[in-house]
Design a protein around this ligand. Structure first.
Ligand code: LR7
Ligand code: MN
Length: 579
């Protein structure tokens, strides 16, 4: 990508405080702070047009775009200005050897200055944005487990160098029981020169959710700002986030997450107008706002974007509000799902999530987690998601289970833990329904409550299934008959109200049973489709796969060996929802 330096401010940089160890922000020296903040002394504002000086008396000023990064005299340093770093050919083996330490180019990271400059990628219009003089302070919380040394340092320095000191209360490093030696004494010694940095060591591995909670518990700032431990904050990143929280404490503000390449460590700016969304089964993704939407709402590229789901790692939230919301579900383990949990909680319980385009933070996206999961990774994430689904999704939780997670319904195999507190919390906060969330926050989401519904037509007998007085039989199709209406659900039930079609014992006869989500013998495979193809109803859990077949006279119905040519085994619902 082409990188443009300092979009807002030409080639100028804020002069670092003289005669001070670089990057050490000394709160104890009021002069130093004044030097940065008195606009007339700031070279950027001296040379800027009159309207960009602080607007006095109104209590608002322009974002200061503070950058105390050491004047990058070493313009030849590896990766300087966020440019792609090149691996010398004799070092390629070393790159490979060290890759797994972080699942990115650890070798290059170690070559790059910990306080390198990166391109100012904010949209042009951000130069017009104003923030209040009296913004709240923030505690920045990094939790990490076995993070790469140079990357962790770069994360910390980027916060120190690019945050207005009076807004940065502290940086809290929560060590989630790392095993690497260098993260012990070395880290203590290094951070002791940075007065704002505090280190918390967890006595056992807690996972990122409980590690963040441990950091939040000791935070003193008005606002909590969570960041991953392999990021680089861009100039002016903090004020726009705090501004939104200041305007309304129920707003949770996320920066635009840009990409630090895992291969060459270059800083890559991302497309505008992106928001976080999810697809079933609660899979996070990015989606670009449509041009129509942007036009209709007269959006500028610097306008906050309402965001149905946050990515998870980078956001600012009012500290007290975080606790009013019940923070995170502490029953979530290690990694995953907590972004869904907090997103649904925020929206359904009265808050809002926004992406703030004038705030940009780079993040190293990695192909794999570089640390071990105490238990199986997939099982851990699935279990977390099932907790979220059970507490927040109401009747829509079947869509979650129905997209490949049926096995989680067998609670003897998957213990998702106690949810009483979470369900209590949702009641106490009088949170809205998931339907409200879908209708109001994420109306683009397709979420039909069944896979198929209506009459169940058998192609052989050319009649429809009827359920009446505990009997199943056939009649001429008649949409007006309630007894002919069935649903094919996400849990693969063929059901009418609370009654499910089931196989009796090993078959071949059927029984009607109260629907029960955990019983595999109630599940039928039937491909939901709009195509003219009529599909089989195959019993999923049986000694062998067998198909539902109508007797030739329409007077019986039972399991038979599947025969793709038999019309008596072909069934069609009136209406299929697109999958
Ligand atoms: O057991 C753990 N203990 C930890 O302290 C596991 C992780 N961690 C730390 C880890 O060192 C890191 O600093 O927690 C942080 C996040 O872990 P990552 O970097 O492995 O997560 P990720 O970037 O792959 O995943 C995203 O989704 C996670 C789901 O639980 C978290 O919400 C991450 O914060 C989140 N990252 C982002 O939102 C950055 C953008 C990624 C996207 C999209
Ligand atoms: Mn990450």
């Amino acid at each position: 990508p082409t990188v443009k330096m300092d979009v807002l401010n030409g080639k100028e940089r804020v002069v670092p405080i003289k005669d001070k160890p670089l990057n050490v922000l000394d709160e104890g020296n009021p002069d130093a702070i004044k030097k940065i903040f008195r606009p007339t002394e700031n070279p950027k504002f001296q040379s800027a047009p009159a309207d960009s000086t602080v607007v006095r008396n109104t209590g608002i000023h322009k974002v200061l775009a503070l950058d105390l990064t050491r004047d990058p005299r070493d313009i030849n340093a590896v990766g300087q200005f966020g440019q792609a770093a090149v691996v010398p050919s004799d070092k390629e083996q070393e790159v490979r050897n060290r890759w797994n330490e972080g699942h990115f180019n650890v070798y290059l990271s170690d070559q790059i200055p910990v306080d390198r400059a990166i391109p100012d990628t904010r949209p042009q219009t951000c130069s017009e944005s104003m923030v209040h003089d009296s913004l709240p302070t923030t505690s920045v919380i990094f939790c990490f487990v076995d993070e790469v040394w140079s990357t962790l340092l770069r994360s910390v320095h980027s916060v120190l160098n690019r945050s207005p000191p009076h807004l940065l209360k502290e940086i809290i490093l929560v060590d989630d029981f790392s095993t690497k030696e260098y993260l012990k004494d070395n880290l203590d010694v290094y951070m002791s020169q940075l007065p704002k940095v505090r280190i918390v060591r967890l006595k056992e591995r807690q996972g990122l959710i409980r590690a963040r909670l441990a950091g939040a518990a000791i935070a003193k700032g008005d606002v909590l700002t969570f960041l991953d431990s392999h990021i680089e904050c861009n100039v002016g990143w903090l004020e726009p986030l705090l501004e939104r929280v200041y305007m309304d404490r129920r707003k949770v503000a996320c920066p635009v997450i840009e990409v630090i390449s895992d291969k060459d460590m270059s800083y890559v700016l991302v497309d505008n107008y992106q928001r976080g969304i999810f697809k079933w089964p609660l899979v996070f993704g990015w989606s670009t706002l449509s041009e129509d939407f942007i036009k209709k709402n007269h959006m500028k590229d610097s306008d906050p974007i309402r965001c149905p789901v946050m990515a998870g790692g980078l956001f600012s939230i009012d500290r007290k509000y975080f606790y009013e919301l019940g923070s995170y579900d502490p029953g979530l383990d290690v990694w995953g799902g907590e972004n869904m949990e907090i997103s649904f909680k925020i929206w359904m319980c009265g808050g809002e999530i926004e992406i703030i385009p004038c705030s940009r933070v780079g993040h190293i996206f990695r192909g794999e987690n570089p640390y071990k999961f105490p238990k199986d990774r997939q099982k851990t994430v699935e279990r977390n998601l099932a907790r979220v689904a059970e507490v927040w999704l109401d009747e829509y939780k079947d869509l979650f289970y129905g997209h490949g997670y049926h096995h989680l319904l067998d609670r003897t195999a998957t213990d998702i833990g106690n949810l009483t507190d979470q369900i209590e919390l949702r009641k106490r906060l009088k949170c809205k329904s998931f339907k409200w969330y879908l209708d109001n926050v994420y109306p683009e989401m397709v979420a039909p409550l069944t896979k198929a519904e209506g009459l169940v037509f058998n192609r052989g007998v050319r009649k429809c299934l009827v359920l009446q007085n505990t009997f199943l039989y056939f009649e001429s199709c008649d949409l007006s008959q309630e007894s002919q209406h069935f649903n094919y659900t996400w849990l693969k039930h063929v059901r009418q109200k609370d009654v499910c079609v089931a196989v009796q014992g090993k078959g071949p006869h059927l029984v009607l049973e109260p629907c029960d989500r955990s019983k595999p013998q109630l599940r039928w495979l039937h491909k939901a489709s709009n195509s003219a193809l009529v599909e089989h109803l195959i019993v999923e859990q049986a000694p062998r796969r067998q198909c539902l077949e109508a007797g030739a006279l329409g007077d019986s119905i039972q399991l038979k060996d599947c025969d793709p040519t038999s019309a008596y085994q072909k069934w069609q619902f009136t209406h299929y929802h697109a999958e």
